[in-house]
Write a protein that binds this ligand. Sequence first.
Ligand code: 13P
Ligand code: 13P
Ligand code: MG
Ligand code: MG
Length: 365
Amino acid sequence: MVRTTLSVLKADVGSLAGHNVVHPLQIKAAQDSLKDAKESGLISDFYVTNCGDDLELIITHKKGEDNSEIHNMAWDTFKKAAKVAEELGLYAAGQDLLCEAFSGNLKGLGPGYAEIEFEERKSEPVVIFMADKTEPGAFNLPLYKVFADPFSTAGLVIDPTMHDGFRFEVLDVLEGTSFELNTPEESYDLLALIGTTGRYILKKISKKDGTVASRVSITRLCLIAGRYVGKDDPVAIVRAQHGLPAVGEILEPFAFPHLVAGWMRGSHYGPLMPVAQRNARCTRFDGPPRLIALGFQIKNGKLTGPSDLFDDPAFDMTRAKACEVADYMRRHGPFMPERLGPEEMEYTTMPQVLEKLKARGKKEE
Ligand code: 13P
Ligand code: 13P
Ligand code: MG
Ligand code: MG
């Protein structure tokens, strides 16, 4: 049995044309860095891409999750790409690298990551989701549907190996507490939590025998920095087939472009638009928020692929709907619910505006 770890690590280290796209020379710097790591034997394989202004490192290795050598190498790779950004004068160079020095693990340093260590099955299909201009809670709704909604995932009803349901781990990012809930028996409790997408975040989904099916990156940059530093554009890994949802079942919930937080200045709601990787370029009002999905097969640590899964006319209607919803939401301008609620605005510059006006406030009789 081959044990492999799949790590997807991401950071916005600066981009071309405001917060639009990672520059090709940054991609090249990351590829060169990972090539060295592969030649040295540290990692088994890699693939570098971007979702908008977020640089995405997809890596396979044998070191397990939260490994300091792997994280250190990823940190150095992000630093190299940030240096390119500085040299070219790209926008927000080093944006997500919140600390000066690496300290053992990427947790709390700014970059986001999702990792799964698993025993490779005879055939190991995985789907890697990467998003721009949104936050980790954006995956709550679709991943609930993938693993718990029989109207979306047929296998929950007709595949005896999925009929038992799944176990969901939810993190309360404000309190730092996590909860484990089983579906279908505790679906309503689970939904009561994860409907609050800015606070309760689906972090991990497993089969009831412990087989890990999915992981979501859960950095909340604003909570680390205590001020607005860009949204925590998330990534998620989902393993597919053979006792787990089929690839098509994993993609199905994304045919609905649900509203997510993170559009323009991280302060607005917009529809999550699934696109081909080449179209992961946020433009209108710095959006609408984009999502890409790359499919790979993993064999002895080698990555075969990707298949660009949303590069498909079957999602054209979803994209058209997303444009229509974007128009509708934008008409609200600075008003809620297009603009986020006050709790979420706390980490923007809004408190400074309120502070400035405080002295002018008059008590009403
Ligand atoms: P195949 O018969 O092509 O393997 O498809 C099975 C499946 O799960 C499709 O959703
Ligand atoms: P990013 O989080 O993708 O850098 O976007 C920042 C922003 O506020 C764009 O409007
Ligand atoms: Mg940016
Ligand atoms: Mg981004």
